[in-house]
Design a protein. Structure first.
Length: 325
């Protein structure tokens, strides 16, 4: 059998596939035109943020499973996959610790002005230390939007390590469950924004959450607060975000995700010194990359062997999944 890697994965995942006598082939490029040309004889495929579109699926007449390396499946045509009975396996928990740690790193970088301090030393401005523009996380309030595994882990670290007060806005989670975890439910997002020093986004992208943080919500945030987004770029109105940061309403913002990746050269965040950027590295620590690659490879092998994997985006297709000779 053959597995097409649309984007690279950790060698441990490749070794697992090859150890099961699956030929692993790396796509020459991750764009869907190239993938559609190279996927025709693949029994399985593994993608990351490139996804898999309808045209590529139509070309993949032998494809029995798509492995999604990570949590988000926005670039995958899930509806068409369901239509043709293509199971999509994913890895919802492999990168939890890694992403949560990046949220904390971004919060610290904004609080301590890490980028600015580094630039000051390099530019012989050692007196920058006297600006008194540095903050502690200890005792501050963090608002978590989305209480899945990553949101929960971020809340745990913030509270245990920095004694932060944690508010949680997550409409799908009962208030009793949030309280049982040791945090404060925030059923009304708009009301909670005014009391949070840091807001961290952990929602999936849906019609309801797209553009959730528009200009009104960004300016409803506490003056001097900071916004951290490691979830999905489209949750935030990018022009309004730059306005809020450049105008001084927000202390800063940090983004690890963008609507289009990589962001185009004219993206407004690239022109804003107040927005800290990283190239979608949340789940890219060595440890998380290995866990994710191994888990997605195990799921792919399970499907190829006729076994249902633990985590499927579209579990309803399992009993009518496509099985190619």
């Amino acid at each position: 059998m053959k597995c097409l890697l649309i984007q690279p994965i950790h060698p441990s995942g490749i070794a697992l596939l090859e150890g099961a006598n699956v030929e692993v082939v790396q796509a020459s490029a991750a764009d869907m035109v190239t993938v559609a040309r190279e996927i025709a004889d693949a029994d399985a495929a593994i993608t990351r943020n490139a996804g898999l579109d309808r045209t590529a699926m139509e070309a993949a007449t032998k494809l029995q499973v798509l492995g999604n390396h990570g949590i988000g499946v926005d670039p995958v045509d899930v509806d068409f996959a369901c239509e043709i009975g293509l199971p999509i396996a994913f890895t919802p928990y492999a990168n939890v610790q890694s992403v949560a740690e990046l949220v904390i790193a971004h919060m610290l970088a904004i609080a301590k002005r890490v980028r600015e301090a580094d630039a000051a030393v390099r530019e012989d401005r050692f007196d920058y230390r006297y600006t008194r523009d540095f903050r502690e996380l200890s005792g501050k309030t963090l608002l978590i939007c989305g209480f899945g595994r990553i949101g929960r882990r971020t809340a745990d670290i913030a509270h245990a390590a920095f004694d932060m007060r944690v508010l949680v806005h997550s409409p799908s989670i009962a208030s009793e469950d949030i309280e049982a975890a040791g945090f404060v439910p925030a059923r009304n997002l708009d009301a909670a924004l005014g009391s949070a020093d840091y807001v961290s986004l952990h929602q999936t992208l849906t019609p309801r959450t797209r553009g959730l943080f528009d200009r009104d919500r960004l300016f409803a945030m506490k003056k001097g607060a900071a916004l951290i987004n490691t979830a999905r770029g489209a949750l935030v109105d990018r022009d309004a975000l730059v306005e809020a940061v450049e105008g001084g309403h927000l202390r800063g913002a940090a983004f690890d995700v963008f609507e289009a990746e990589p962001p185009p050269a004219d993206h407004p965040y690239l022109q804003s010194e107040g927005v800290l950027l990283s190239p979608h590295i949340g789940g890219s620590s060595e440890e998380a990359a290995e866990r994710t690659a191994v888990q997605v490879a195990e799921a792919v092998l399970a499907v190829l062997a006729g076994r249902r994997p633990e985590h499927l985006i579209n579990p309803d297709v399992w009993d009518r999944r496509r099985q190619c000779a």
